[in-house]
Write a protein of this length. Structure first.
Length: 262
C-alpha cells in the first residue's frame, strides 16, 4: 500500500542523504548552533499541517522546526509524507514507520545507521527549507535551551559518524573477499581489484580478519607489498603490506600468497 511505498521512498532518500553527507566531508559541529527562532508547543505546531484555514505547513526534526511549504505536495494533506507535518516525528525518519506508534520523537535505542539517517535528514532540511525555531518538549526546554535528551542524541550521532568513518577506512584497508559456496567445492574465497565494492590498484590475498571483542571472523583481502596501512612514509618496513597485522589469520590449507582459497 501507500504506507509501504512511503517507507521505501524514505529508505531510498535516506541512502542518498547519508551518501551526500559523507561525500561532502560532513562536519558534525556545523549543525549544533541554531538560529534564534520562535518557540512552539506541540499543540501550536499541530496547527501547521497545511490544511485550509491553518497558518502554514511545518515539521520538526530533533526539536528543530522547518517551514516545508515549498514541499507541500509531499507534506501537505494527502501527500505521501503528510504524517510528518505538524509534529516532531524524528523516529520515523530512521525507521520508515508511518503508523501512529512510529510518528514520534523518541530516538533512544536506534542503531548507528538509523541515527545517521536522522542526521542526513536534518542536514537536508537545514539546506532546503527555512528554519522557524524550536519545539518545546523532548529536545528543548521552555527557554529554548537544549535538554539532556538532545545532548544524548547528538553524542550518539557523533559516535555513529565516527564509527561509520572508521568502518569506511577499515573497508579501504581490508576490502571484503568475493566468496561463493557450491556442494562440489564447498566454500571458495578469492580477491580481485573490485572485491567488496572497493576499487583499488592491488588485488590482495584472502585472510580471516578477527575483531577484538567479537567472535568469528570474516574474509578480507590483504595487501602483500609496500608499507603497512597508515604508514606510507615508513622506510623500516619489510615490504609485506598488511600481512603482519595481528588481527589476521591465514586460511588453513591455503598457500600464504594464493589469490584464492578453497
Amino acid at each position: 500500500g501507500p504506507m509501504r511505498r512511503g517507507a521505501a521512498a524514505v529508505a531510498a532518500l535516506l541512502c542518498l542523504g547519508a551518501a551526500c553527507l559523507l561525500g561532502r566531508g560532513f562536519d558534525p559541529r556545523a549543525w549544533l548552533p541554531l538560529p534564534r527562532g520562535r518557540l512552539l508547543s506541540s499543540a501550536e505546531l499541530g496547527r501547521y499541517r497545511g490544511a485550509p484555514g491553518e497558518p502554514g505547513l511545518y515539521l520538526a526534526v530533533l526539536g528543530r522546526i522547518f517551514d516545508v511549504e515549498r514541499g507541500r505536495r509531499h507534506y501537505g494533506p494527502g501527500g505521501a509524507y503528510s504524517g510528518l507535518a505538524g509534529r516532531d516525528a524524528t523516529r520515523a525518519f530512521a525507521t520508515g514507520d508511518f503508523t501512529a506508534a512510529g510518528l514520534v520523537d523518541d530516538v533512544s535505542a536506534l542503531s548507528p545507521g538509523q541515527l545517521l539517517a536522522i542526521q542526513s535528514w536534518l542536514s537536508f532540511y537545514s539546506e532546503h527549507y527555512e528554519p522557524v525555531g524550536k519545539l518545546v518538549g523532548r529536545f528543548y526546554d521552555e527557554n529554548g535551551a537544549p535538554t539532556e535528551a538532545l545532548r544524548q542524541a547528538e553524542v550518539a550521532i557523533e559516535e555513529a559518524m565516527k564509527f561509520q568513518a572508521e568502518s569506511e577506512q577499515r573497508k579501504q584497508q581490508f576490502p571484503p573477499c568475493n566468496s561463493e559456496w557450491s556442494s562440489a567445492m564447498g566454500s571458495r574465497f578469492w580477491c580481485s581489484k573490485q572485491s567488496g565494492g572497493v576499487s583499488r590498484d592491488w588485488t590482495g590475498v584472502p585472510r580471516k580478519l578477527f575483531h577484538p571483542g567479537s567472535k568469528g571472523s570474516r574474509c578480507v583481502c590483504v595487501r602483500t607489498t609496500g608499507p603497512p596501512w597508515g604508514q606510507p612514509d615508513s622506510t623500516e618496513h619489510r615490504d609485506r603490506g598488511d600481512l603482519d597485522n595481528p588481527h589476521l589469520q591465514e586460511y588453513s590449507g591455503c598457500p600464504p600468497l594464493a589469490e584464492q582459497c578453497v
